[in-house]
Design a protein around this ligand. Sequence first.
Ligand code: SF4
Length: 300
Amino acid sequence: MPDLPVTGSGVIPVTNLLGWYDRSRRDLPWREPGVSAWQILVSEFMLQQTPVARVLSIWPDWVRRWPTPSATAAASAADVVRAWGKLGYPRRAMRLHECATVIARDHGDVVPDDVGILLALPGVGSYTARAVACFAYRQRVPVVDTNVRRVVARAVHGRADAGAPSASRDHADVLALLPNDEAAPKFSVALMELGATVCTARSPRCGLCPLDACAWRDAGYPPAVGPARRVQQYAGTDRQVRGRLLDVLRTKDSPVTRAELDVAWRTDSAQRDRALESLLADGLVTRTGDGRFALAGERF
Ligand code: SF4
């Protein structure tokens, strides 16, 4: 990546952060030159609440198979959910398919570059819209995820963690830090990378941190105030049961009976029924005329 002119951010020194990013960034395929806005948007859908390593195992094949919105829209929704595999939160796959359909139909197969228009697309929220505007179209917009909020809370505000999100305050915080030139997108991705790899939630590696000043470190690491964060469980949850039921349907190319689904989760039949009903309600699964079940949008 070529050197960019460096001007101003207040508390987080631009030169330090960008220099560190050049030396230490992970080589992630969606950051490579030539990756299209659509392919970046796909990566952002996949990365929501999902570790990078799991996305790395799927994204390259995905964008080879469906490189454009129209190619994705031409696939069946069932094929898209099937290819989503074990990424989790499979409603994202449905929303991505809907998003592709809208872009292909209404935007000439080109991902919009305007945050307001991006926000109107299915499945695109505040973070994703700004991430696409910044990373694909190199706009100076605040891109705020959990990692960025944590770095800003610590380095700028001297707090152990960021507390409850507030879109307007968080965006204003980060906007105030962005350099006023074309270095802004690189600064955004570097800030995010710092939170993901160095200033991590549980064990920040301050010895590797490129920031000369950090309000939290300089104050002697005052502890967090407020209730401890709850660690999300997976085992035994409805999410796990939904995943098991979808696993059965993904492997079939014809509808399955209720009995075939039942073997996927024998622990608690009421929980299994609830999970199946929620998949039907979410539109991920459909009931056929003869009472069997299939992935929604399956073309038999
Ligand atoms: S010095 Fe430590 S706490 Fe402060 S931003 Fe760097 S890694 Fe995070």
